[in-house]
Design a protein around this ligand. Sequence first.
Ligand code: ZN
Ligand code: ZN
Length: 329
Amino acid sequence: MVLEAPRSPLREVELPRPELEQGQVRLRVQACGVCRTDLHIRDGEIAEPKLPLVLGHQIVGTVIEGGETFGRGTRVGVPWLGWTCGECRYCRSGQENLCDRARFTGYHLDGGYAEEAVADERFCFAVPENYPDAQAAPLLCAGLIGYRSLGFAGDAARIGLYGFGASAHIVAQIARSQGRRVFAFTRAGDDAAQSLARELGAEWAGDSEASPPEELDAAIIFAPVGALVPAALHAVRKGGTVICAGIHMSDIPSFPYELLWGERSVRSVANLTRRDGQELLRLAPTIPVRIEVETFPLAEAEQALGRLRAGEIRGAAVLSVALSARLLP
Ligand SMILES: [Zn+2]
Ligand SMILES: [Zn+2]
């Protein structure tokens, strides 16, 4: 399913098989998660993707050719971080997520909205066995970004999650397993998301404009809505942190300095390191994190993105690729 130009629907296209380069693996895609970033790229909100482009950076696939690390038939996961230079100041200081020349899957590199994908094996992960393909896929970005964001909340005991979609539903479970208390904020009247939040251990769930029953120690904003920054600052205590986890956000409205005063801080979280991936994929099955998915056949990728845009997905949207491939004539 190919994006030929921003703001145009994905099209089903037959692409030539790319030649494998040294260190690359060819995968038969089993499932690919649908991330809000895919939607931002599709909608032209993130500048200059490779075009035409195969979206998708939460790929669970089986190695069918190439590489040395994984045997043929091994199930691997491919995340957003697709390649780094290994030489820049960020790569050399454990911050490869900030690499000046990083290449991202489903943005600079063709991704997983496809029957096959090619990836640099150094950036692929082993996928925990306990997770079926569709449930494993959202761990690769929703889970990873959420996990990295939670790290920046330090030892915050009371965590607010703004936007209860794919990422938050995973983070809530990790946070609960660490003994933290979770407060979930959703679009006004989104009963489905609020009830999922309570089911997964949130002690309070309400509308994003509402005040939580007590002040928060940290807040993570997953929704791409800049107005949530002052709202979250208002909800956190002195010294608390507001973490913006998304790659794109509408403009943040101006707000009185008083909201930031008291050593509150606002920060963003960008991309992932391979270490984040290894840690999360080790941790998830031990909790165990439960992944709620809504699956779509590959050919319905555009519909999946539409449902995500409308806020109609409970948990994470995933393309079940192997299944749709079997159904092809
Ligand atoms: Zn993503
Ligand atoms: Zn670099």
